[in-house]
Design a protein. Structure first.
Length: 335
């Protein structure tokens, strides 16, 4: 009988030991990957100016350098901070001032070569579209290049977002006194000029922007702050201020895939990507929406959510199991 009890105890220990990693893996695949932030370790990435959460590869975030780097995109693993793939875009000529990246509902990456360091004097800018690679490895991918102009004249811009439901591309111009929100024409054409029309005002000196995964919220950031908007069918309404971290030169942002957390990036060597809360929740499957949308970084140590909660459950199960084994031992000793 003691042998059987020893085997039972061993089985309980094995069940907990195997269950905890499984729970941790489940938590890691729930769309919140990267929600605690990470550091970009690649020495080639010194001017990270855009950030987008991969939809095809959990835990991967796409970024790129600013000007003078070439037609390169980098896939960074948020779990390690390492670059796991470098994509060279073909068919786009020489990028001029790449400032933004976004993922569309078609699974494609959209890259905004929309910066204008001359203060809005270039007659046109470009957007590149390419399928997100199914395999993460160094490779060359052909992109479609779109020529873009603004209906009200040339201007500088650093924020480009693709709506996750409609697939429409939007640009926010960069101006110290506030920018304009521009919408693409009905369809993008690779053969002609795509004229973006101003459909609203954004009261911020914008360096990047992002849509929540459900498309209901638009977030924009600047160097010293940010604003969340209720998208409201393309007529944005202010929803609240964003808690933007103080960074050296904050130029990028994205939501985690589940929409529970906003991530903010900065230029510089070994730059950090830092988390922030989402006003009102902001995303599909957001576990925090009922509590006001706090980010994972804000932490609710007693909530029992995620890997910490699963480990607590495992510890309790182990304690209960050992108590049962100990009780059986005492019972049979008395017998």
């Amino acid at each position: 009988m003691r042998r059987s009890l020893t085997l039972l105890a061993g089985a309980l220990l094995a069940a907990v030991a195997l269950g905890a990693p499984a729970s941790a893996r489940a938590a890691a695949d729930d769309g919140s990957e990267g929600s605690e932030g990470f550091t970009i370790k690649d020495s080639r990435i010194t001017e990270s100016s855009g950030l987008a959460a991969s939809r095809a590869h959990p835990g991967i975030y796409w970024t790129h350098n600013d000007s003078d780097d070439g037609a390169f995109l980098y896939a960074v693993d948020s779990r390690t901070g390492d670059t796991v793939a470098t994509i060279t875009m073909a068919g786009v000529g020489s990028p001029r001032d790449v400032e933004a990246i976004s993922v569309g509902p078609n699974g494609h990456l959209y890259v905004g070569d929309i910066g204008d360091n001359l203060g809005g004097t270039w007659p046109y800018v470009w957007i590149y579209e390419l399928p997100e690679p199914k395999e993460l490895k160094d490779q060359t991918v052909r992109a479609t290049q779109y020529v873009v102009k603004y209906a009200d004249g040339a201007r500088d811009a650093e924020a480009m977002m693709v709506h996750p439901k409609t697939g429409k591309v939007y640009i926010v111009s960069k101006n110290e006194d506030g920018g304009g929100l521009y919408e693409q024409p009905a369809t993008l054409s690779a053969k002609g000029t795509n004229v973006f029309k101003r459909i609203g005002d954004i009261d911020l000196w914008v360096t990047d922007g992002a849509f929540s995964p459900d498309g209901k919220q638009l977030a924009v950031r600047g160097y010293f702050g940010g604003t969340a908007y209720d998208w409201n069918g393309g007529k944005p309404k202010k929803e609240g201020r964003l808690s933007v971290p103080l960074q050296g030169q904050g130029e990028s942002m994205t939501y985690t895939p589940d929409g529970s957390t906003l991530l903010y990036g900065s230029e510089g060597e070994e730059s950090s990507v830092e988390p922030g809360s989402v006003p009102g929740g902001g995303g599909e499957g957001d576990k925090s929406s009922s509590t006001g949308g706090g980010s994972a970084a804000d932490g609710d140590g007693d909530s029992g959510d995620g890997a910490n909660g699963n480990l607590k459950v495992g510890a309790i199960a182990l304690a209960v199991g050992l108590a049962v084994v100990y009780g059986f031992k005492r019972l049979f000793r008395r017998g």
